[in-house]
Design a protein around this ligand. Structure first.
Ligand code: NAP
Ligand code: MN
Length: 290
């Protein structure tokens, strides 16, 4: 669902002022823009200093910093930083919009690199960007809900994990192995790809289920191949015991001692709202990955 980012009034600044000192004020000298922002940066020198600079410029353009309930979250870092930022504001996804710049190579969650910094900021300030929504996964256990921007997975490094896999309420297979990974389209280039899963092109409404070192013999039958499927499907992993297994949701892991059932599917309620100022080809992003 396209939308607009904040269109600011024309800049009105004295010719001798450096760009970063430009301010937008109404006739009586009062700052006009009311939006509240938060900046999430990776803890490295480049990202940190870009954060400082950005905060200064945005404040001078009338934005206020509100780390608790921002309208806009600017992300400076990598794909990992973007995912961290979405998790940080997971309870505010209906109002917060994310706009990212990658300090490094091109990312899947960001359209700008640090060399494009001026364009990144100008685009945000001028409102020349469009809003896109990206689906995220929810993982529901007996007592909690987890969210995955890249993926939700079950991983057992301690012992061989047995589980029944149901798709839309029907038994699909009985799996035995290290674990299972369910990935979003955006996450298909992350862990999923390391597991031999297919890369899914941007825009396709799909999710993917991938085995981690599945054991295949006559007693346990599982597909073995990565399964790219409709993103409306609901997958359930059920086991008498997930002892020793961890539930992974992007960067975070949780013990599964008391879990017997994990249901995974696209969240109806939560979506990530990202701002995009230019269209980058998915193939360019993909090429920069390897
Ligand atoms: P992290 O350092 O935040 O991320 C690990 C690496 O994965 C980083 O280089 C990151 O890129 C890259 N990455 C993240 N999302 C990506 C995506 N959608 N497409 C392509 N590359 C992506 O590590 P973390 O905090 O432990 O976990 C975050 C993610 O890392 C997980 O969601 C999982 O997908 C992935 N991971 C992969 C493996 C594996 O491949 N064996 C193992 C554990 C975790 P940037 O440098 O741009 O941040
Ligand atoms: Mn990267």
């Amino acid at each position: 669902m396209p939308g607009r980012c904040p269109r600011l009034p024309m800049w009105n600044f004295s010719r001798n002022m450096p760009r970063e000192l430009e301010e937008i004020r109404d006739g009586s000298g009062i700052l006009i823009h009311m939006s509240e922002i938060a900046i999430v940066a990776r803890p490295d020198d480049t990202s940190r200093s870009l954060k400082q600079q950005t905060e200064l410029i945005l404040k001078r353009n009338g934005f206020t910093v509100n780390e608790t309930k921002p309208d806009y979250v600017l992300v400076i870092g990598g794909d990992g930083t973007f995912i961290y930022a979405v998790h940080k504001y997971i309870d505010q996804l209906s109002t917060a919009r994310f706009f990212g710049i990658h300090t490094g190579t091109l990312g899947f969650y960001t359209d700008y690199r640090d060399v494009d910094y001026d364009e990144f900021l100008r685009t945000f300030l001028s409102g020349e960007c469009t809003e896109f929504s990206y689906p995220i996964l929810e993982g529901i256990t007996e007592d909690s809900v987890y969210y995955g921007i890249n993926e939700i997975r079950v991983e057992n490094a301690a012992r061989t994990q047995n589980m029944n896999v149901y798709i839309n309420g029907r038994l699909f297979e009985t799996y035995r192995g290290t674990g299972m990974c369910v990935s979003t389209q955006l996450g298909s280039t992350a862990y999923n790809r390391s597991l031999g899963g297919a890369v899914i092109e941007e825009g396709l409404p799909l999710i993917e289920m991938c085995e981690m070192a599945g054991i295949h013999h006559n007693r346990y039958r599982s597909l073995k191949a990565p399964f790219v499927m409709n993103d409306r499907n609901r997958i359930v992993f059920e086991s008498e015991s997930f002892a020793g297994a961890l539930l992974g949701a992007d960067s975070d892991v949780y013990p599964m001692e008391s879990v017997h059932r994990l249901e995974i599917g696209i969240s109806e309620e939560k979506k990530v709202r990202m701002l995009k100022g230019r269209t980058l080809s998915y193939f360019e992003r993909l090429k920069s990955l390897f």
